[in-house]
Write a protein that binds this ligand. Structure first.
Ligand SMILES: Nc1nc2c(c(=O)[nH]1)N[C@@H](CN(C=O)c1ccc(C(=O)N[C@@H](CCC(=O)O)C(=O)O)cc1)CN2
Length: 264
């Protein structure tokens, strides 16, 4: 029986993990020092690649009691993972980190979000990202462009954020209008500021042996963070990822594969 199931609502295909078919990974190389400082700065806001925080030694009381009543078989019991509790802890940790950074070097991380069009769901996600930044002291920059904007206009804004030293992370909210080519736009984001981890180089580095991505897509990273903080051991387990989107399913499968080898 699979011990972990991650579901990707954006695409309902089963993606078998390739771990069993791939050779053992070698320990990952250290990143280029010049790029590492910018990555570290924003990693405080979305700590994909920072040293991992200590696990919760015990499941929080509320989750523990639910977990006890949710036994699924003689040798395995279910753990109810309280995502809201973990999210609160992560926000608190980030707020402390940002405040320390401000005191130490007088810089706060800056996140730029570009939204094209007026989809209600995308507006909500962008609003929530902005609120989340405000709550922890991250400065946010927002650009809203009309649905009929050209790819060049979007890329012009990306280029401007790429060269703005107060912006450490850039997100282009997806989906983009149909007339735009996602690839051209995502390729324009500097890989050191690609906090979504959608740039092909970051995804490629996630997939390759001996490479580290600068950032990892946030939804699968969040799933991994939950497993980690609840002490769910991945090594040696089988996992099922439902869905294979570029945003969730595919990077989730890659992360499970990397972490199952004890790296990450
Ligand atoms: N630039 C990006 N665009 C998009 C992303 C992204 O990560 N970066 N992901 C989605 C939209 N999105 C965030 O922007 C997003 C949507 C939904 C969820 C999610 O986890 N949903 C849960 C429900 C959570 C809740 O209701 O509390 C679920 O579906 O089970 C995360 C991120 C597309 N665009």
């Amino acid at each position: 029986m699979a011990s972990s199931i991650l579901s990707d609502c954006s695409s309902a295909r089963l993606l078998p993990l390739r771990r069993a078919l791939l050779p053992q990974r070698v320990p990952r190389s250290r990143p280029c020092p010049a790029l590492a400082s910018s990555r570290r700065l924003f990693a405080a806001a979305r700590p994909h690649l920072l040293p991992r925080p200590p696990r919760m030694d015990s499941v929080p009381p509320a989750a523990a009691s639910s977990a006890e009543s949710a036994t699924v078989s003689a040798d395995a019991s279910a753990k109810v993972i309280d995502g809201k509790l973990v999210a609160k802890q992560v926000r608190e940790e980030i707020a402390v980190e940002v405040s320390r950074m401000k005191d130490a070097i007088g810089i706060v991380p800056g996140l730029a979000v570009i939204l094209v069009g007026s989809r209600k769901d995308s507006q909500t996600y962008v609003r929530n990202k902005k609120k989340a930044c405000e709550a922890v002291g991250i400065k946010s920059y927002e650009v809203n462009l009309p649905e009929d904007s050209s790819e060049e206009e979007v890329i012009k804004h990306i280029a401007s954020f790429n060269s703005d030293p107060s912006v450490h992370g850039i997100l282009v909210q997806l989906p983009l209008p149909r007339h735009m080519n996602d690839e051209n736009i995502l390729n324009a984001v500097s890989i050191e500021k690609d906090v979504d981890g959608f740039h092909p180089l970051n995804i490629g580095r996630l997939a390759m042996q001996g490479r580290d991505p600068f950032f990892v897509p946030c939804t699968p990273k969040g799933c991994m963070e939950l497993l980690h903080r609840y002490g769910v051991e991945i090594k040696g387990k089988r996992a099922v990822v439902i869905g294979r989107s570029n945003i969730v399913g595919m990077p989730a499968a890659l992360l499970l594969q990397v972490w199952s080898e004890g790296i990450g």
